[in-house]
Design a protein around this ligand. Structure first.
Ligand code: FAD
Length: 322
């Protein structure tokens, strides 16, 4: 295969992982265009909880394979001290005593012991351990590796995907929510989340998740010296203004889920409102253009961009000999 000139649009977790994987497994040239300057990262990727959680999607059988491949990669990367990835217990609360599907698939999944259960929950399963990715370490690490492998970063705002730049043989679209306007993709919509950061003064060394029980959606995730707490979710409003009522609500629900927390507004270090690109299904789709070149869509990752990142990147790299 001749050396290709590949343009990756976007430098969030999808663009960076795709670029790094291609550069590490092929001889192609990779250039990344995105809105961020050096040292900046898009809020969607940088403010995420960035947990690896079991993932299965009836309507797209590829998803589970992508997630499982990413799990393997994250486990290996956790061995690298400055990757921002650690392996810790992740407690997933449940609304029933039944064994969840993932407990049969992953040897690390175990039923929570009585002392790990919180009142109000029927049950809980613990991935012991699973990758927790701290974006403040992981995204700079990814960017450093892309640059080290020869990837070139350009700060650039793209208005359209109609004119496909002639100097590139392949374009990989990792623009997240940006694809809503670039492609007029009406199935992509902004979902709004709020995340509260407090100092981890209690030394919590595990993550907690309630996506189905009385405090949903509730997440408590240790990232370095901090705990990220969340969240509230809506699709009706696109303002990124934070609101104190939601912060109080998040503190209350997270403390109900993990009673040892007990943080108040005075403990809050920062609050972020983030717009996330929501789509019923991820769009991972190579398209042959009329002039023979290739456009690959890799967007619409809603809550799972980290979980599937390495699996998708590997699949894309394989198309070009990686
Ligand atoms: C609070 C929160 C918690 C989350 N928790 C998890 C989790 O636990 N596990 C998980 O797997 N996922 C989680 N996610 C989801 C995950 O963060 C996203 O799926 C992921 O960040 C998507 O990454 P991306 O690179 O595709 O998009 P983004 O990070 O949004 O990056 C898009 C890129 O495209 C560029 N771009 C867009 N439009 C243009 C344009 N017109 N011109 C130039 N550049 C453009 C931007 O500059 C940016 O570089 C969470 C998200 C949030 C908000």
């Amino acid at each position: 295969m001749k050396n290709l000139r590949i343009l990756v649009l976007g430098s969030g977790v999808s663009g960076l992982t795709t670029a790094m994987t291609i550069l590490q497994s092929t001889d192609h040239e990779v250039t990344l265009w995105s809105r961020e300057s050096d040292g900046e990262f898009p809020s969607n990727s940088s403010d995420a909880f960035a947990l690896w959680l079991p993932l299965r999607e009836k309507a797209d059988q590829r998803v589970e394979g992508w997630a499982n491949y990413s799990l393997k990669v994250f486990k290996a990367l956790a061995e690298i001290p400055d990757s921002g990835i650690s392996l810790k217990p992740v407690v997933i609360f449940s609304d029933s005593k039944e064994k969840p599907w993932f407990a049969k698939e992953y040897a690390v999944a175990r039923q929570a012991q009585a002392a790990e259960l919180t009142e109000g929950y029927e049950g809980a399963w613990v991935l012991d351990p699973a990758p927790i990715i701290d974006p403040s370490g992981y995204l700079p690490w990814l960017r450093f590796n892309v640059a080290r492998e020869g990837g070139k970063f350009v700060k650039k705002n793209i208005d359209s995907l109609d004119s496909f730049p002639s100097e590139f043989d392949v374009i990989i679209n990792c623009t997240g929510l940006g694809s809503a306007s670039l492609l007029k993709d009406s199935s992509l919509r902004p979902g709004r989340l709020q995340v509260v950061t407090v100092k981890n003064t209690i030394g919590l060394d595990r993550a907690y998740v309630d996506e189905v029980g009385p405090n949903k959606p509730a997440y408590v995730v240790p990232h370095g010296k901090f705990l990220k707490l969340g969240t509230v979710y809506d699709e009706d409003n696109q303002s990124t203004e934070v609101d104190e009522a939601s912060t109080k609500d998040i503190l209350t629900r997270c403390s109900s889920m993990v009673p040892e927390l007990n943080f108040t507004l005075d403990d809050v270090v920062s609050v972020k409102r983030i717009l996330c690109g929501m789509r019923d299904l991820v769009r991972m789709e190579p398209i042959q253009l009329a002039d023979g070149r290739t456009l690959i869509h890799n967007y619409g990752h809603h809550r799972t961009g980290y979980i599937t990142s390495h699996g998708i990147a590997k699949e894309i790299a394989r198309l070009f000999g990686g």
